[in-house]
Design a protein around this ligand. Structure first.
Ligand code: NAP
Length: 266
């Protein structure tokens, strides 16, 4: 089996990376950065996002696993104390694959019909540094509302515990193939009106955001942000691609939610 390791880059994560690399190579596994079967991220959920985007070209054949060197993560759920156990599991045990849905975002420009396509593991956010965003929101080809406010967040189920949660969105179990649209400070008065609640869309419902006022948009896909002008539409839906996690032991999603947000630290 071929493996690669993505480290957060701090001393602790780099040391753990070196240990894992050494031991797995001793077990006759091959370190291969281009097309690995298994990607091990060492850091936090932010590092996991980085690893996901680095290996976005080979999602079909690559599985991910995360070791956290900070606090418990949603994607990085092995502790540094468990690294030796993890190494033996990787070397000796065939792992189970668990797949989670992803978000597809297509940004179309007014001029020239160019389009950019992205996959997000957590979410896409659409904001502006230039006043409020104003766009028509279409769902499944039908006008739903006109949004005016700071922006919107469209998240995956596994990203529902990240930015989405801070915006008052619900936490969605990743076995549900859905995306969630949450508002950022919508303007609601006698002139402008939005639903005000997070919307959860199933796989076959596409959401289209069509700017009504020409703005420069700041569109963030997980941890990176790009500025766009001349935007005709931003299309969001559940992607056909999925992310694959290597599982060596059960760690149910709701336990992770409880341990991250409910259980008090000693
Ligand atoms: P960051 O601002 O350095 O860290 C964002 C925090 O979100 C970190 O504590 C990170 O965990 C955590 N996180 C990431 N994915 C998560 C998930 N699926 N569930 C629960 N927590 C999660 O940014 P970053 O490390 O580059 O990560 C980018 C992410 O930050 C974005 O995808 C977005 O979800 C999140 N974000 C959140 C807010 C907010 O909550 N108000 C605002 C902006 C961005 P680790 O410490 O383990 O890395």
């Amino acid at each position: 089996m071929k493996f690669a390791i993505v480290s957060k880059g701090d001393d602790r994560s780099n040391k753990i990376k070196a240990t894992i690399k050494q031991y797995l190579t001793d077990f006759d596994l091959t370190y291969e950065e281009k097309h690995p079967d298994l990607v091990i991220s060492v850091g936090g959920d932010g590092t996991f996002l980085e690893a996901f985007h680095r290996y976005r070209h080979c999602l079909e054949n690559t599985a991910f696993i995360g070791v956290h060197t900070g606090h418990l993560g949603f994607y990085a759920d092995w502790t540094p104390d468990e690294v030796e156990k993890l190494i033996i599991e990787i070397a000796k045990t065939p792992y189970q694959i668990v797949e989670y849905p992803l978000l597809e975002v297509i940004i179309r420009s007014k001029s020239g019909g160019t389009e950019d396509r992205f996959l997000a593991l957590n979410e896409a956010t659409i904001k502006t540094a230039d006043g409020s965003v104003v766009f028509d929101v279409e769902i499944k080809g039908e006008h739903f509302e006109t949004f005016r406010g700071d922006g919107v967040c469209v998240s995956t189920p596994s990203g529902s515990t990240a930015y989405n949660k801070a915006l008052g969105g619900g936490i969605i179990h990743p076995s549900l193939e859905a995306i969630q649209l949450t508002e950022m400070a919508s303007i609601n008065n006698r002139v402008f009106r939005t639903i005000g609640s997070p919307l959860i869309l199933p796989k076959h419902h596409t959401c289209l955001l069509k700017p009504l006022v020409d703005r420069s948009f700041l569109i963030a896909i997980d941890h990176f942000t790009k500025s766009y002008t001349n935007v005709k539409s931003i299309q969001c839906r559940v992607a056909k691609e999925r992310v694959r996690f290597a599982r060596f032991r059960p760690f149910p999603f709701w336990n992770r939610v409880r341990d991250s947000f409910v259980t008090e630290e000693d």
